[in-house]
Design a protein around this ligand. Structure first.
Ligand SMILES: [Ca+2]
Ligand SMILES: [Ca+2]
Ligand SMILES: [Ca+2]
Length: 432
């Protein structure tokens, strides 16, 4: 652990002569704030996190002293940690602070991307006790998809406090998917989905827990710990790539999900939900209690989410997406309390599509819908009264005259000793 005392800032003084100070800490490249309270001969430490707290912390070797010409590299403001569509000439914007009273001039700033060569530039001046944003004239090559590391630092010669000179961020550059429908079954790989957050247990592979022990399709999916349970005090994310859905009129998200989250009844214990973002910074909850299909089952005073135990048979959840978004990113969120963990959340078969027609929800069709599919790789829609029955992607095959028909079971649930059968059945008959 590195402890950095950069500056003491009186926050308030009350009638009880209790003084509060902010001490700035940096740990693992993140900025944290500890509120330090001094009352007579006692010091107290509280937590005031900015961003995500690393696990555990220790106080040691606390120094209080006067800094000379102290310049601070406060942050890398862009690109965002969760980025998409970055190219080979991405600007790097930083915030730099001069924490002494006098103007400081000719401040060297350095940039290194993915451990490569160091770029050095100069900020002409920063006023006393002022923070400025600076964009490097040089740009960064972040075009390759996946993880990148960006390091920036100030290097002012007479700065006698160097522990606050450097900031490092680890970002992920994701593709922007603009070909739809998007159907990711995770069989060929993790789909460039990735995990983050606190104490994350999300893993890609074959679920092999007691109850959730299969994927919805094939053998691969994402689950909160493939073998076993999620963590206590977990606040984790499973991030999607980015999607340009600006051309859709009725963008819709469907996926297969299995759920097993501690349910404490009237009080919320563990929950899961979906969020979306247009910039990788601000995240909004997707969908709402009472909307969509198999969407959130609980509403805790406005906190709408999934909170259900043993709902581990795979089922399809569907909700509408906002329209007009060219940089949509989704993330599944799992949040757990301090005790009792279960198998959690598994997701598979992520599907984004333009639900322009609506899905056929009528009775059994008296006759099939027939059309000829001669090949190609475009999706061919089969509709009845304007509603979508099925779409077929022929994958280059000449399927000839193809008939599609829906049969609806309105009787009792049908099952054998090992399998249930859907009430909606669709037959596809081809002549080739
Ligand atoms: Ca410094
Ligand atoms: Ca799968
Ligand atoms: Ca719990």
């Amino acid at each position: 652990m590195i402890f950095l005392q950069t500056k003491m800032v009186p926050v308030f003084t009350n009638k009880h002569q209790v003084l509060n100070y902010l001490i700035c800490l940096r740990m693992q490249g993140k900025t944290l704030l500890r509120l330090v309270k001094y009352a007579g001969d006692r010091w107290a430490f509280g937590l005031l996190p900015i961003g995500q707290m690393p696990e555990g912390y220790t106080f040691d070797d606390i120094h209080l002293y006067k800094a000379t010409d102290d310049i601070q590299m406060l942050s890398i403001d862009t690109p965002m940690v969760s980025s998409c569509g970055l190219n080979g000439t991405t600007p790097i914007k930083i915030s730099v602070r001069n924490s002494v009273n006098a103007v400081v001039t000719n401040i060297p700033v350095k940039l290194r991307v993915d451990g490569g060569s160091v770029t050095s530039e100069t900020i002409s001046s920063i006023n006393g006790n002022a923070t400025i944003q600076y964009t490097f004239t040089s740009t960064a090559n972040l075009a390759s998809l996946g993880a990148h590391t960006i390091e920036v630092w100030v290097d002012y010669p007479t700065d006698n406090y160097r522990h606050n000179d450097t900031t490092v961020i680890h970002i992920v550059n994701s593709a922007i998917i603009s070909s739809f429908p998007y159907l990711e079954n995770f069989e060929a790989g993790n789909g460039s989905w990735y995990t983050g957050g606190l104490k994350t247990s999300w893993e890609y592979g074959t679920p092999a827990s007691n109850k959730i022990n299969l994927a919805a399709s094939g053998s691969k999916a994402w689950k909160t710990r493939l073998v076993g349970n999620y963590n206590d005090l977990e606040y984790s994310y499973l991030y999607s790539p980015c999607f340009d859905i600006s051309g859709m009129t009725s963008p819709t998200l469907s996926f297969s999900v299995a759920l097993d989250l501690e349910d404490c009844g009237t009080s919320l214990c563990d929950g899961a939900w979906v969020e979306y973002s247009t910039d990788g910074v601000t995240w909004n909850k997707l969908g709402a209690f009472g909307s969509g299909t198999n969407w959130y089952n609980k509403n805790y005073a406005g906190d709408q989410l999934w909170n259900i135990q043993n709902y581990t048979r795979w089922h399809v959840a569907t909700t509408t997406l906002p329209t007009g978004l060219s940089r949509l990113r989704l993330r599944f969120v799992l949040n757990s309390d301090p005790a009792v963990n279960r198998e959690g959340v598994a997701v598979d078969d992520i599907h984004l599509y333009d639900n322009t027609m609506g899905i056929y929800d009528g009775i059994t069709m008296s006759s099939p819908v027939t059309q000829t599919i001669s090949g190609g790789s475009s999706w061919v829609d089969f509709t009845s009264a304007g509603k979508l029955i099925a779409s077929i992607q022929p994958g280059g095959q000449n399927m000839g005259s193809t008939s599609v028909q829906t049969f609806i079971n309105s009787g009792a649930v049908r099952h054998t000793s090992i399998q249930y059968y859907h009430d909606r059945n669709i037959t596809v008959i081809t002549c080739k």
